[in-house]
Design a protein around this ligand. Structure first.
Ligand SMILES: *Cc1c(COP(=O)(O)O)cnc(C)c1O
Length: 431
């Protein structure tokens, strides 16, 4: 199996985190997101301990909470002593409601409104990750009104193309995010930041993309960032404290994806960064990373019930499920790979090729095309694996479909972290 929390049990059913998925489907109904809490914590600890050991000092991971956002997740991140990044006032609000210590939060995004900036300061945000000059002015003005000095780091684009999907590649010069080093815009922004009375510039950030399996793109980006830090030290006599290398480490969705040893990767990147700092005569900064997917993706799975199967002679076989793009838009958006299993026939041969179709009135509403699974019939349970990241977080109410619940599984109990939406929820904002 693609992750060590997935097994086939003695009843021939798919087991996840020690729980029979067919029993969970009966208990909670479908569709449902199920999440392995111990796996989430295990991943946090791998990052925490590897970053402390190999980077040292106050280096730490920030959970990229856009990948999975609800109150319970922020409680877990608080308990695991993680930092977080947030990308909107809504994520910030959710974290505050979960009692997350906001001094460990970084506020991202390429358009923070005046409201967002004031709201973040009201709630004691630790750092803004500043994207552009307009935002810098707005942060300085708001901090000035309050008579405070606001800590920021600046987002830079190091000009790296990590060869991942174009829509999740963000580090190139032509990007809506950050200031490019290559064009001199980064330097301009740095100069402005240093001239502002109500801003403390603590460091720089880059995020080159997502679903990256190799260390090289991270090292390539780190090299450019360290050289930039050194240049700023020479030109402006200012040495920054924080270098944030962003998120993006890959996750195994299908058997053909490589296995990834996060700790070993962090070690390699750390050795590289240390050597680069020495070479460029700067003190090793506090290193931050922002893993999202690699913390929560394989901690999640989605369970569906098959409603109907259809064979179109000379074309395809379809199995229709009771969810689809409203709970998982990733295939429709990026043709993302997923492993699909007929959960109540997990011990049967996977010899039936079919396309898993969602229930929306939209031909593109597919979860996966041409997968081989045990032949399903109406009433069977379909499990789509590795849906912990960017599924619940990306879910919508398209076709007025209620969002599924999020069920947490830990060693002692299963419990509801987010309840299933009701029809009343769907109309609660309607006048
Ligand atoms: C999306 C994003 C992340 C998380 O990326 P993953 O691939 O989920 O690890 C981290 N930082 C920033 C700025 C992002 O936009």
């Amino acid at each position: 199996m693609i992750c060590d929390n997935i097994k086939i049990n003695e009843n021939g059913n798919l087991e996840f985190a020690g729980y029979d998925t067919v029993e969970l489907a009966k208990k909670y109904g479908t569709p449902a997101y199920i999440m392995d809490e111990n796996k989430i914590r295990e991943k946090c600890r791998i990052y925490k301990s590897a970053m402390a050991e190999f980077f040292g000092g106050e280096s730490m991971p920030l959970f990229a909470s856009k990948s999975l956002c609800f109150k319970r997740i922020y409680e877990i991140m608080r308990e695991e002593n993680m930092g977080i990044d947030v990308v909107s006032p809504g994520e910030l609000f959710t974290a505050v409601k979960a009692g997350f210590p906001m001094e460990r939060a970084y506020f991202h995004g390429n358009n923070k409104t005046d409201f967002d900036i004031a709201f973040a300061m009201d709630n004691g945000i630790g750092h803004f990750v500043c994207d552009n000059a307009d935002e810098l002015e707005a942060i300085n003005a708001e901090a000035g009104k309050r008579g405070i000095k606001q800590k920021i780091i600046i987002r830079l684009t190091p000009g790296i193309d990590p060869h991942t999907h174009a829509k999740i590649s963000t580090g190139k010069v032509d990007s809506k995010f950050g200031a490019a080093i290559e064009t001199g815009q980064a330097k301009e922004l740095t100069e402005i930041a240093l001239s502002k009375e109500n801003i403390t510039l603590d460091g720089f950030h880059c995020h080159i993309g997502s679903q990256i399996f190799e260390c090289e793109p991270f090292c390539d980006a780190a090299k450019i960032m360290v050289e930039y830090i050194s240049q700023i030290k020479k030109d402006m006599g200012y040495e920054i404290k924080i270098l944030n290398l962003g998120g993006g480490m890959g996750v195994r969705y299908v058997e053909s994806d490589p296995e990834i040893d996060y700790s070993a990767n962090i070690k390699r990147i750390a050795e590289f960064v240390k050597a680069e700092c020495e070479k460029n005569d700067i003190t090793m900064p506090t290193i931050l990373m922002e893993p999202g997917r690699s913390i929560v993706a394989d901690s999640g799975m989605t369970l569906y019930t098959v409603g109907g199967c259809k064979e179109i002679k000379g074309f395809k076989n379809y199995a229709s499920i009771d969810g689809g793009m409203p709970d998982n838009p990733r295939y429709a958006l990026y043709q993302s790979d997923y492993t699909v299993i007929t959960a109540n026939k997990a011990d049967k041969p996977c010899d039936y090729e079919c396309t898993i179709a969602g229930r929306c009135c939209e031909s593109g509403d597919l979860i996966q095309e041409g997968v081989k699974i045990a032949k399903p019939v109406r009433g069977d349970i379909i499990a789509v694996l590795t849906t912990g990241a960017y599924n619940y977080a990306m879910s919508s109410n398209y076709n007025a479909i209620c969002k599924p619940p999020v069920i947490m599984l830990d060693s002692e109990k299963d419990y509801v972290a987010v309840r299933r939406e009701t029809f009343e929820d769907l109309i609660k904002c309607h006048k």
